[in-house]
Design a protein around this ligand. Structure first.
Ligand code: GLP
Length: 251
């Protein structure tokens, strides 16, 4: 695993965007696995800038998103479908039909999970997966559990995730209690994984995930077993990493 230390959110975002840009430039038909949350917003803004400057072309790129709240329509401003349109898709030349996200309004939960896994499989898997990390170590909405869940599933969100995500809602009661998430299998089968983390609030979980044992109680820890993972983080998020784990980053 490669750890790249940047001084702050802005430079973390630029570094992460450079890695995604390199992927698109070298493989214009890339399948990108994309994430929501505060962490990737700066990365997306940088990609949008470079698109407007003529450096990037998304016309043949496909995007598969990690997750979506159950019960929110794509027009609900709190939905991840809305987030992605607002923060990336509507500002670049990606084709709407090439963007995929679980349908939070699906009537048949099981059928929706199968449909989403089929989309990923039919695309041939993910070339580059972008991830954030939740305060409890979740990736996508793969919450701490007894086992790693491999396929797309509908999950009951933990109280800590509901509390963390309530900052984006007017009241905590409005945060959906369930969400669809891509499973661990397509994430781990991605050719490359780029995980980003910013701020001291993420320092403890970054240490647990990347310097301690691989365990489903810290879902992101499984990334230690992937052959091509890059963690791009700012100094605050890396401050709790032991010397053995830092391997010269931030020096
Ligand atoms: C949400 C998303 C995750 C994201 C996490 C961290 O729960 N489902 O994909 O990584 O929050 O979000 P943030 O980047 O805002 O800390």
């Amino acid at each position: 695993m490669k750890i790249l230390c940047e001084k702050d959110y802005r430079s973390m975002s630029k570094r992460a965007a450079s890695i995604i840009a390199a992927q698109i430039v070298s493989h214009p038909k890339s399948i990108l696995g994309l994430a929501t949350g505060s962490s990737p917003i700066g990365t997306y803004q940088t990609l949008i800038e470079w698109y407007h400057q003529g450096y990037l072309d998304f016309s043949e790129v496909h995007a598969v998103n990690l997750d979506e709240y159950k019960g929110l329509t794509p027009h609900n401003p709190q939905s991840y479908a809305y987030f992605m349109r607002e923060n990336l898709f509507d500002q670049i030349n990606i084709k709407a039909e090439n963007t995929h996200i679980p349908n939070g309004m699906a009537v048949d939960e099981e059928a929706e999970c199968i449909r989403y896994d089929n989309i990923i499989d039919q695309l041939g898997g993910i070339d580059l997966q972008l991830l954030g990390i939740g305060h409890n170590g979740h990736i996508g909405f793969n919450e701490p559990a007894e086992v790693f869940e491999k396929d797309t599933h509908c999950i009951s969100l933990s109280e800590s995730t509901i509390a963390a995500n309530s900052r984006l809602f007017e009241q905590i009661e409005e945060v959906p209690r369930f969400a669809y998430t891509m499973g661990i299998r397509p994430i781990m089968q991605a050719k490359k994984i780029l995980i980003i983390a910013s701020g001291s609030a993420k320092a403890e979980i970054v240490r647990k995930a990347f310097c301690e044992a691989v365990t489903p109680s810290v879902p992101a820890s499984i990334l230690q077993l992937h052959p091509d993972v890059t963690l791009v983080a700012d100094a605050d998020a890396l401050k709790d990493l032991g010397d053995g784990c830092r391997k010269g980053c931030c020096d």
